[in-house]
Design a binder for this molecule. Structure first.
Ligand code: NDP
Ligand code: MG
Ligand code: MG
Length: 331
């Protein structure tokens, strides 16, 4: 078992009296900024005046400035805007970042794929929460924390202590902080979201829904079966792995799982997973995604529209109207 750091391992002096600039106020940025402020840090949010985040961060009671202003005098600068905006943002603000400061990422994409080549005097670290931003915030408020990964790209012991103190400030040490490298975090994070979490899971749901609807079953029944109920299973897995899931599902479900599951996600699926991983490792995925952005995201937009226009979305919208509590948790 690798070492997993908790609150007792934090050197509180590492970030004592630090001024922290959080660039971006979206999913991760908002959670990090609010958690760090509640942990007693001097936080400034750096977002463009023209965007919606500026007023939002102000309304939340935070100090806000344009990115180029926010980074001035900051000891730590966290890049928490979308991955493909960070290269330009770095170029925009680097002139105002003081010597010896620390820059921090929540995903290693730009460093690992060499989109950002950081100035040599800077410490360069990663704290990647293994969960979406709203959970990072909610868990912090509940006295809990989302487990996080820590990596140092540039810098020594001091850089690692600063990163761990930052993870502590956002609540990560409560869930456990595991050390990794920028390469491992980047490649496993991309693989996870492509093959299992986002790509794999939604494709499984949609194909299951289509199979039932095409066979003449009611779309509403297919929705409950293939999408709504997935949460129950995921919660059980999350809480106690397959052991706990098996304790809660019926004998018949278990037999169906064990005999039919491997036919649905089979050897070919795994072969394709290996290809997807290879494309991440050799940089093909990154090159494609960067090119897609440069050429105006035509393919991306087309695929996204098709996804959002799918029948399962129309059926789901109607059925979820009856369950307003589903919308209560996520601010
Ligand atoms: P978001 O998409 O939520 O970021 C939106 C924020 O970035 C807004 O404040 C927006 O400001 C600002 N922004 C958008 N475009 C630009 C731009 N061109 N220039 C300057 N600011 C801009 O980001 P995420 O939180 O999803 O991701 C941030 C980082 O965290 C990424 O590296 C991501 O990989 C990583 N990460 C994300 C996770 C998640 O759950 N989303 C999980 C773990 C890591 P405005 O209002 O002005 O548009
Ligand atoms: Mg990711
Ligand atoms: Mg999908």
């Amino acid at each position: 078992m690798p070492q997993i750091y908790s609150q007792k391992d934090v050197n509180k002096k590492a970030l004592a009296n630090a001024r922290i600039a959080i660039l971006g106020y979206g999913s991760q940025g908002r959670a990090h900024a609010l958690n760090l402020k509640d942990s007693g840090y001097d936080v400034v949010v750096g977002v463009r005046k023209s965007g919606a985040s500026f007023a939002k961060a102000k309304k939340d009671g935070l100090e806000v400035a344009e990115p180029t202003e926010a980074v001035k005098n900051a000891d730590l600068i966290a890049f928490l805007t979308p991955d493909l905006t960070q290269k330009d943002l770095y170029a925009e603000v680097i002139g105002n970042i003081k010597q010896g400061a620390t820059i921090l990422f929540a995903h290693g994409f730009n460093i690992h794929f060499k989109q950002i080549k950081p100035r040599k005097d800077l410490d360069v670290v990663l704290i990647a929460p293994k969960g979406p931003g709203d959970l990072v915030r909610r868990q912090y408020q509940q006295g809990r924390g989302v487990p996080s990964l820590l990596a140092v790209f540039q810098g020594g012991k001091k850089a690692k202590e600063i990163a761990l103190a930052y993870a502590d400030g956002i609540g990560g040490t409560r869930g456990g902080v595991l050390t990794t490298t920028f390469a491992e975090e980047t490649e496993t994070d991309l693989f996870g979201e492509q093959a299992v979490l986002c790509g794999g899971a939604t494709e499984l749901v949609v194909k299951g829904f289509e199979t039932l609807v095409e066979a003449g079953y009611q779309p509403e029944v297919a929705y409950y079966e293939c999408l709504h109920e997935l949460k129950l299973i995921v919660d059980l897995l999350h809480e106690g792995g397959m052991t706990k899931m098996h304790q809660f599902i019926s004998e018949t479900a278990k037999y169906g799982d064990l005999t039919r599951g491997p036919r649905i996600v089979n050897k070919n699926t795994k072969k394709e997973m290996k290809k997807v991983l290879k494309e991440i490792q050799d940089g093909k995925f990154a090159r494609q995604w960067i090119a897609e952005n440069k050429s105006g995201r035509k393919k991306y937009n087309k695929l996204m529209n098709a996804d959002l226009k799918h029948k399962i979305e129309k059926v789901g919208l109607k059925l979820r109207e009856r369950m307003p509590w589903l919308q209560e948790e996520r601010a």
